[in-house]
Design a protein around this ligand. Structure first.
Ligand SMILES: CC(C)(COP(=O)(O)OP(=O)(O)OC[C@H]1O[C@@H](n2cnc3c(N)ncnc32)[C@H](O)[C@@H]1OP(=O)(O)O)[C@@H](O)C(=O)NCCC(=O)NCCS
Length: 189
């Protein structure tokens, strides 16, 4: 799946474009399964953006295991220069669990995480899994806002879940709920 991403113009381009139409830089990214060679970058992204301040639990070996696991999908949003974001989901009979999700800071607020989750939800539905569950760090306000925007519901708190350092919020979403409701929007131009 290929998605077009329209980045915001730099201050320089705004200046140059003051008397003419602003040229918007267009980049593309593709949603595709991770490649074995991606494991170091995905582990680094996890450590930096998801597990900051914790003992890393998602190293290259564990991520590589999920790439080979028949019940898991490691999905990347691959830009021209690098992997912009990724997500790991594991599927069971009637449910699926989102293990990891991260988008590099320079690619955020452009719909990449939404596109990753939409793809994984669609796959879950096709596979007969109806409920998606996940945990996230209680202090991660941005991610809580992100999941709320996609229709995820907070359904519990687990104290000290993250190595005794931080509590987890559990979230869930029934993907049988209309796919026309939150989270279905394509990246906007
Ligand atoms: C949370 C995260 C994955 C969101 O990625 P993203 O690609 O920027 O998200 P999207 O662009 O798809 O955002 C979709 C919607 O979610 C909401 N949202 C996303 N980031 C938000 C933020 N920082 N504050 C408030 N709302 C936010 C918005 O409603 C947004 O739509 P809009 O941009 O049209 O307003 C990203 O910030 C990230 O990688 N954070 C660090 C790792 C992490 O927290 N992972 C999740 C827990 S495992």
């Amino acid at each position: 799946m290929t998605c077009r991403r329209f980045s915001t113009p730099s201050p320089e381009s705004l200046h140059r474009g003051s008397r003419r139409a602003i040229l918007w830089r267009v980049e593309e990214y593709r949603l595709e399964p991770a490649r074995p060679a991606d494991a170091p970058r995905l582990a680094a992204m996890s450590q930096q953006f998801v597990e900051a301040g914790l003992k890393p639990a998602w190293g290259e070996t564990r991520i590589g295991w999920h790439m080979r696991d028949a019940d898991s999908v490691v999905l990347t949003a691959r830009g021209i220069r690098a992997v912009a974001g990724f997500a790991i989901m594991r599927y069971a009979d009637e449910s699926a669990h989102l293990n990891l999700l991260a988008v590099a800071p320079e690619y955020r607020r452009q719909g990449i995480a939404r596109a990753l989750i939409n793809w994984l939800e669609g796959t879950a539905l096709t596979a007969g899994a109806f409920a998606i569950g996940l945990e996230l760090r209680a202090g991660n306000a941005a991610a809580r806002a992100f999941y709320a925007s996609l229709g995820y519901r907070e359904c519990g708190e687990v104290r000290g879940y993250y190595q005794g350092v931080e509590s987890a919020i559990r979230l869930t979403r029934d993907v049988r709920a209309s796919r026309e409701t939150p989270g279905t929007r394509e990246p906007s131009p």
